[in-house]
Every structure is written in structure tokens, then in C-alpha cells.
Design a protein around this ligand. Structure first.
Ligand code: CA
Length: 229
């Protein structure tokens, strides 16, 4: 059974919402001040939050922002003023939906169900966060196949990306050019180990501050290369 947290200081509205949601099979709890609402949102285990904007002590803006830092559960924000809703949208606080009071309780129930279903699909689909490798100012997003150097994105070809990622995933391990060529280009590829040298040079131009004194990919003379950490 899903838990709905209602943060609402107008008791009659909170009770009406609660009645309708309970009739639809939800477990519902009500908090009537902002500080208690925030505590319940962060420390409890609500599956969805119905959050009023104007609340005593801590307002809905603040609650939404703080909950978003910690949780990605659906948040439906409600307010008596249409202008407030526009303002909330503009702030990009990460609320999933907005409703202007007064609304019909059955409309609220429909939206709660829709958001929970969408959220469960998202969580259940196994979509994982991107796989990231971060080493001293270099960020390699393996999932998106992107490379950032001190926050700035650099364009990498497929092989440059594969080579850099392979080296970064095996830090301090010295690989010969032959090993790298076989690993990245496979045996059926046209080319030779000089390709490795060319690609290392191109990668260094993108990631190193000074290519004659590389801080990341080090040349081990007579052997090959290693990613230094
Ligand atoms: Ca209020």
C-alpha cells in the first residue's frame, strides 16, 4: 500500500483529501506545519507528497527544494493562487505536478495514482544512473560516452574514447602498444601499433594541460603507457 503525505495547514482541506485517498486504498498521514511536514518527508517513507505552498514555519518552496536534494518521489504542489503555481513552475524546484485550490478530490486521487504508476515504472525499469569515472578533473561518462575536462566537454572519436576509458579503468597498469591495439582495435582491424601512438597523442591534446609533460597518460619508455593516478 502506498503512503501519501499531505502537508496542509487548512484542516478541512487536509481531511477531505485524506478521506478520498483512503477510500482509494492509500495510507495517508497529515502534517499541518511546514517544519513538521519537512521532517515527515525526509525521515518518514512517503511514496508521494501533496504539498501546500503557504504553510506556517517553512513554506512549500523550501520543503520541495529540500526534499528534492534527498528524494525523487513524486511531489504534487497545491496553492490557492494561480500566480503562485506559475511562480513555482518558473523556479524549477522539481515538483512533478501543480494544482490550484479548490480542486475536486477525485481529480487529486487520479493524479496521485498517475504519478505513483509513472514513478514505479521508472524505478522498476532498472534505469540506472550513468556510470562515471572521475580522476583528477577528468570525468568520463561511460553511459553517455562523453568526456569532460575540468567541467568542459571535449569531443572524442569512438576509438579515442575507448582507449582513454580502458586506461582510466586500469590505473597505474602499464600496457604495451600491442596490448592496447589488440584490446581496442581488435584483430580484424586494419592498422598497426603506430595507430595507438597517434591516438594517445590526440587524447593528450584534449586532456593534458601541457602535452610535453603529461599528467594523466604517462609514457613508459620502451614499454608502453599507463594512466597515472
Ligand atoms: Ca496553506
Amino acid at each position: 500500500m502506498s503512503n501519501v503525505l499531505i502537508v496542509e495547514d487548512e484542516e478541512a482541506i487536509a481531511e477531505l483529501e485524506k478521506d478520498y485517498l483512503e477510500l482509494s486504498g492509500f495510507d495517508v498521514s497529515i502534517e499541518n506545519t511546514g517544519d513538521k511536514g519537512l521532517k515527515a518527508a525526509l525521515e518518514g517513507k512517503p511514496d508521494i507528497i501533496i504539498l501546500d505552498l503557504m504553510l506556517p514555519n517553512v513554506d512549500g518552496f523550501e520543503i520541495c527544494r529540500k526534499v528534492r536534494e534527498k528524494k525523487d518521489i513524486p511531489i504534487i504542489m497545491v496553492s490557492a493562487k494561480k500566480e503562485d503555481i506559475d511562480k513555482i513552475r518558473g523556479l524549477g524546484l522539481g515538483a512533478d505536478d501543480y494544482m490550484t485550490k479548490p480542486f475536486s478530490p477525485s481529480e487529486l486521487v487520479a493524479r496521485v495514482k498517475a504519478h505513483l504508476a509513472r514513478y514505479e515504472r521508472l524505478v522498476g525499469s532498472g534505469v540506472k544512473a550513468n556510470e562515471i569515472i572521475e580522476i583528477r578533473g577528468i570525468k568520463i561518462d561511460k553511459t553517455a560516452r562523453r568526456v569532460y575536462v575540468n567541467g568542459e566537454e571535449k569531443a572524442f572519436t569512438t576509438k579515442e574514447f575507448d582507449l582513454l576509458t580502458f586506461l582510466a579503468e586500469n590505473p597505474n597498469h602499464v600496457f604495451t602498444k600491442e596490448e592496447l591495439f589488440n584490446r581496442i582495435w581488435n584483430m580484424d582491424s586494419i592498422g598497426d601499433i603506430a595507430t595507438v601512438t597517434v591516438h594517445i597523442k590526440k587524447i593528450r591534446e584534449k586532456i593534458e594541460l601541457n602535452t610535453s609533460k603529461p599528467q594523466y597518460i604517462e609514457t613508459i619508455w620502451g614499454v608502453g603507457y599507463r594512466f597515472k593516478v
